[in-house]
Structures are given as C-alpha cells and as structure tokens.
Design a protein around this ligand. Structure first.
Ligand code: AMP
Length: 281
C-alpha cells in the first residue's frame, strides 16, 4: 500500500493505471476510520481492480464555530485498517495543496442542498461538492462508494454527477451500526457515557417510526410527532431537524409511501448526530 500526499503524484498514478486498463474504485473519507468506512472499502475492493481511499478533513465544508479543528484524526491507525482492507493507495493531501493561494472555484448544486443539513449548515454542501469534484478529477475513479448514513450528501453527489456528466458510477451502501444500533460515526467519539446512552433515541425513533408507517395510510405529521416526543423525552438532546422527505427530491411529504425517508439531526450534548432510514420496505 502506498500513501500519496501530492495531488500531482496522485493524478499521475491514476492516469497511468487507467491507461493500463485498470478500473479504479474510490472511497472518499475524512478518516478516523470505523466499520462504516470499512464496509465501503470492502465493496470497493470487490468491484474494481485498484482501491483508492482518500483521507482529507475538508476545511471548506465546516462552518464557523463547527468542529474542524477538533475533528478526530489518527492517520497511523487509519493506515493499518486500510492495509488490512486491501487499499492500494491512501491519498491524504494537505489542505494547502487542495486549496492553494488564489483558489477561487466552487461547485454548487442548487435546491436539494438548501434543506435539511444544508439549512442548518450554510455552505456545507458547497464545500462537499467542491472537494468531491476535485477528488474525482484527481483520483479519476470508475466507481465511488458513499454511505447512506449521509443520505442528503449521497443524493447531492448523485445529482452533481448526472448534471455535470461526470464519467463514473456512484454506489450508495447501507448504514453500519454499533451492536446497540447507534449509527457509526467518527463523531461518536465526542460522546460522554450518558450522552452515548441517550444517543440511542435516534435509532429507536427510526424503528418506532417504521412500526407506525407499517400500519398504512399514516400521515407524516403523526409519525413526526411521535418521533419528536421520543427524542425530547431525553434531557441531553436538542432537535436540529426531523423530516420525512421524498428520497430523491428531498421535499417534505404529507403521506408516507415507499419513497419516504425519515431524516434526523439531533444534538446530544454538543455533538450533532444524524441518522435516517426508509419508512416502508
Ligand atoms: P466521513 O469520513 O464521515 O466523511 O464519511 C466518509 C464516508 O463514509 C461517507 O460516504 C459516509 O456516508 C460513510 N459513512 C460514515 N459513517 C457510515 C456508517 N455508519 N455506515 C456506512 N457508511 C458510513
């Protein structure tokens, strides 16, 4: 396994491999790898000839007062996990190479970036779509793998790839959870023991919402009220948003159908957690 930090070297490596007819699988991350990331790497390993993992805590997707400085980082542990997962190249560029002096170009997807996390974190998706576009240009993947954990991010990236005619396939993979159903996240490391315990209300609320939805003919507002009650019953939680949206337009739905996704963003203590799931099978 190679670690490349130079943008130029990464792009040259990829262009050479592609000229030799190799298919490149790509998993972009911000590092501090957990089993969710590993599931993407496993699928990437299965599907391409070569597997590239990027580790880059992208400053442009963090807002003022967010956790860019504190975001957990452990490149050594990540490299060990990546080697075991069969990664061929870790691409870990410094921010000064991704955004050198004079940097002035941005990729912006409209509409679907203005709701949910986009409404709570202005500028977040502009940072995501810009860095992902740059990574695609540098790594030149044939297939890139993303988690359903960041459901809106995946939806936005699929839209961008279609709209900008990017020549690659985007694959979305299921949320990997801890044994007690908390969705895995690098940010779970911020949680104290009591917060970690109360954080279970997100996945429990999702399960309860699915039970209600299974009864059929249920209004979204009824499900949202039940979910809101479950979450506000915990004293360390603060709801950022709770929404039932159509899976591709991300517009609010009045009635639940097979396209309905429940999306939650909840602060537990100071940590903002997200989770989501389809309401009907
Ligand atoms: P991050 O390092 O948080 O930017 O995440 C990198 C990729 O891993 C994104 O595509 C995430 O959606 C995905 N990911 C993060 N957590 C999980 C999880 N629990 N299950 C599946 N994929 C995940």
């Amino acid at each position: 396994m190679k670690t490349i930090i130079s943008v130029k070297e990464m792009q040259q490596w990829s262009l050479q491999q592609k000229a030799a007819g190799k298919q490149i699988s790509f998993v972009p991350t911000m590092g501090f790898l957990h089993a969710g990331h590993l599931s993407l790497l496993e699928e990437g390993r299965n599907q391409g000839d070569l597997l590239v993992l990027s580790i880059f805590v992208n400053p442009t997707q963090f807002g003022v007062g967010e956790d860019f400085e504190d975001y957990p980082r452990d490149l050594k542990a990540d490299a060990e996990l990546a080697a075991k997962a069969g990664v061929d190249v870790i691409f870990a560029p410094p921010a000064t190479q991704m955004y050198p002096q004079g940097y002035a170009s941005w990729v912006d997807v409209e509409g679907i970036t203005e709701v949910l996390c986009g409404a709570s974190r202005p500028g977040h998706f502009r940072g995501v779509t810009t860095v992902v576009s740059k990574l695609f240009n540098i790594v030149q993947p044939d297939i890139a793998f993303f988690g359903n954990k960041d459901f809106q991010q995946l939806t936005v990236i699929k839209r961008m790839v279609i709209d900008l005619n990017m020549p690659l396939e985007i694959v979305g993979l299921p949320i990997v959870r801890e044994a007690d159903n908390l969705a895995m996240s690098s940010r779970n490391s911020y949680l104290s023991a009591p917060e970690r315990f109360q954080a279970l209300c997100l996945s429990r609320a999702l399960a309860h919402a699915r039970q209600l939805a299974a009864q059929g003919g249920v209004k979204a507002s009824e499900v949202l009220n039940a979910v809101r009650e479950m979450i506000t019953a915990k004293d360390l939680t603060r709801i950022d948003y709770l929404k039932i949206c159509h899976q591709s337009s991300l517009l609010d739905q009045e009635f639940i159908d097979a396209d309905s996704v429940l999306l939650l963003a909840v602060y537990v203590g100071k940590t903002r957690l997200i989770d989501n799931g389809f309401l009907l099978d």
